[in-house]
Design a protein around this ligand. Structure first.
Ligand code: HEM
Ligand SMILES: *[C@@H]1O[C@H](CO)[C@@H](O)[C@H](O)[C@H]1NC(C)=O
Ligand SMILES: *[C@@H]1O[C@H](CO)[C@@H](O)[C@H](O)[C@H]1NC(C)=O
Ligand SMILES: *[C@@H]1O[C@H](CO)[C@@H](O)[C@H](O)[C@H]1NC(C)=O
Ligand SMILES: *[C@@H]1O[C@H](CO)[C@@H](O)[C@H](O)[C@H]1NC(C)=O
Ligand SMILES: *[C@@H]1O[C@H](CO)[C@@H](O)[C@H](O)[C@H]1NC(C)=O
Length: 509
């Protein structure tokens, strides 16, 4: 803040607000959508500030008032249309990109174009690579994932004998997730190189923070202010130094020996090379893709797992049943990816934790990009330019969708699966209660066309991590029965980043 650059930027804010009020007259016409919070020019700007402070409560209030439909809330410079009704959420998920754009929706929450660059904002081939190459190889690569989980926890926890040690959970989990993900993405030795790993985290932090700062300005000014706020150069430069040579060597091997050379590693670099074309086959572009994959993978997975650890220490009665399940299944089937499929309690626990602690109050941002707007089946029309999202948090806490929803019930989905197994219900119901199954009632990964392509990997990684933790450690809350408070900024909800949990190596083997 003491940087004079920022003084100039924030000093200009008042002018910009005026400029954007003029712009507001050109906003899409949303008169038919009810407003939550007070209306009126200045009131809506005041709401915009309130939005930054406490968006989740505002979204919940809107949902309580309009649980069957659609409402809107004011952000600093625009309206956010929030969809409450799961059937309408399903329609949002199913809409084609040329009507409801996922990428323009992302852009309006995180200015990807300005903070990560045009190539990533406009060419999304990595989504295909993640959905196919990476997901298909999870089985074959599981031994690497499992080995890295064990070494990473050993290294970061540094437990000796039977000591109990207080560990700040989020940074610890971030270190483990970075290593484990990169064991799959770039393999040894780079996946253990501190310079490389810390730089990935640094990149993510820079991108998110600069995104938030850029969003303090109206959209028309983003291209102007972005260069002051963010120079992606720094972390990109470190990535070029660490990862660059590895990628360059792969490219030269492929040039010399063709695409299927003997001993070709099975990792994200190879999978990207199967899909990348033209400019994207150059070293710097591939390095940026991998940096971006790290960005998409590591924060989301680390926050999800941190929430799960806080839930485990807040509701410790779940520990022993999961330990029993993991040990029994590994003994019977071996420690494989297939064994994870049988770990229904662990799967259920993670799903319940995601359900109650989504990493945002809403999910599925979309921008209406078609001239004719977007029409819901019930006739409500959102005009071109509207920004829309789903009331994920409130839907997942709705007691008529999930019995006793707000109460943490780690094995509710395991029981659902067991009941369906008895009734032999031929429908997809069993499949629907798994961690990976996205639906209009379960939105941590979104749903529909753009549901997270990395969720199969995320589920494999996080289930294997949870199995490893419950088998190898005892853990307890810093203060018994107290769950550390989340931090809220705008729509994002993150687990408390400093709170600790106590770990001990199991002594009862
Ligand atoms: C528990 C962890 C994760 C959560 C909660 C999560 C959540 C999400 C959500 C909500 C979306 C947007 C869906 C929509 O709007 O319909 C998304 C998109 C995406 N996710 Fe994930 N995700 C996770 C892990 C991962 C991992 C491990 C990867 C990569 C291996 C990944 C890669 C992506 C990509 C590439 C997209 C598309 C976004 C883009 O290309 O800009 N995610 N994810
Ligand atoms: C469509 O549904 C929303 C939410 O239920 C409601 O606000 C709106 O009045 C409905 N519109 C029509 C035309 O039925
Ligand atoms: C739960 O969702 C249903 C259907 O969308 C809605 O009618 C009901 O009012 C919601 N209940 C609560 C408590 O929000
Ligand atoms: C960083 O930016 C400077 C100036 O904008 C440029 O000369 C340099 O090549 C960039 N470095 C990287 C790694 O992109
Ligand atoms: C990490 O990578 C950098 C750049 O390639 C290298 O200079 C450094 O020695 C590596 N560190 C370790 C601990 O291997
Ligand atoms: C995080 O947890 C610590 C300790 O439990 C607490 O002192 C702190 O206030 C919490 N932070 C937030 C943002 O709630």
């Amino acid at each position: 803040m003491d940087d004079p650059k920022f003084l100039v930027l924030y000093g200009g804010l008042a002018l910009l607000v005026l400029a954007s009020i003029r712009k507001a007259s050109q906003d899409p016409k949303l008169d038919s959508i009810p407003v939550v919070g007070s209306i009126g020019f200045f009131a809506s700007y005041w709401n915009g500030f309130k939005f930054l402070a406490n968006a989740p409560d505002l979204i919940q209030a809107g949902y309580n008032q309009y649980p069957e439909g659609v409402f809107r809330v004011a952000r600093m410079f625009d309206w956010l249309v929030v969809v409450s009704n799961p059937q309408l959420v399903k329609e949002v998920g199913a809409a084609p990109e040329n009507i409801l754009s996922f990428h323009e929706g992302v852009q309006s929450t995180l200015p990807v174009r300005h903070v990560v660059g045009r190539a990533i904002a406009e060419n999304h081939y990595h989504q295909h690579t993640i959905r196919t190459g990476l997901t298909r190889n999870l089985h074959a690569c599981f031994p690497r994932v499992k080995e890295e989980i064990a070494c990473a926890f050993d290294d970061v926890l540094q437990l000796h004998g039977s000591e109990w040690k207080s560990i700040p959970v989020l940074p610890m989990i971030m270190a483990v997730v970075s290593r484990v993900s990169n064991r799959l993405f770039v393999d040894l030795p780079l996946c253990r190189n501190q310079t490389y790993l810390e730089n990935n985290v640094q990149f993510a932090i820079e991108v998110i923070q600069s995104g938030q700062r850029i969003h303090l300005f109206p959209k028309s000014l983003h291209p102007l202010v972005a260069p002051f706020i963010y120079r992606k150069n720094k972390s990109f430069g470190v990535a070029l130094e660490t990862l660059g040579p590895v990628v360059a060597e792969r490219l030269s091997k492929e040039n010399d020996l063709g695409p299927n050379w003997p001993g070709k590693p099975n990792d994200l670099i190879s999978w990207l090379l199967e899909d990348a074309e033209g400019e994207e086959r150059k070293m710097p572009a591939l390095v940026m893709r991998i940096l971006f994959a790290n960005f998409a993978a590591i924060h989301t997975s680390s926050m999800t797992f941190t929430h799960a650890i806080f839930d485990l220490t807040t509701y410790p009665e779940h520990l022993l049943p999961m330990r029993e399940e993991a040990e029994r299944i590994i003994k019977a089937e071996g420690w494989t990816k297939a064994a994870l499929n049988s770990m229904v309690k662990i799967d259920s626990f993670l799903r319940e934790s995601q359900c109650l602690n989504g990493i945002g109050a809403v999910s599925m941002f979309r921008k209406v990009v078609s001239k004719g707007g977007f029409r819901f089946s019930n006739g409500t029309v959102l005009p071109e330019g509207s920004l829309v999202c789903a009331a994920a948090g409130p839907i997942q806490r709705n007691t008529s969708i999930y019995e006793n929803a707000p109460e943490f019930d780690g094995f509710r989905f395991a029981r659902q699966r067991a009941e369906h197994a008895v009734t032999h219900d031929p429908s997809q119901e069993v499949f629907k209660s798994q961690m990976i199954s996205a639906s209009e009632n379960h939105l941590p990964f979104g749903t529909g066309k753009h549901a997270c392509p990395g969720r199969f990997f995320a589920a494999t990684e996080l289930k294997a991590m949870l199995a490893h933790v419950v088998i190898n450690y005892d853990l307890k809350a810093e203060v018994e029965g107290v769950r550390p408070r989340d931090s809220v900024f705008g729509l994002s909800i993150t687990p408390n980043s400093t709170a600790k949990v106590q770990f001990q190596k199991r002594t009862d083997f």
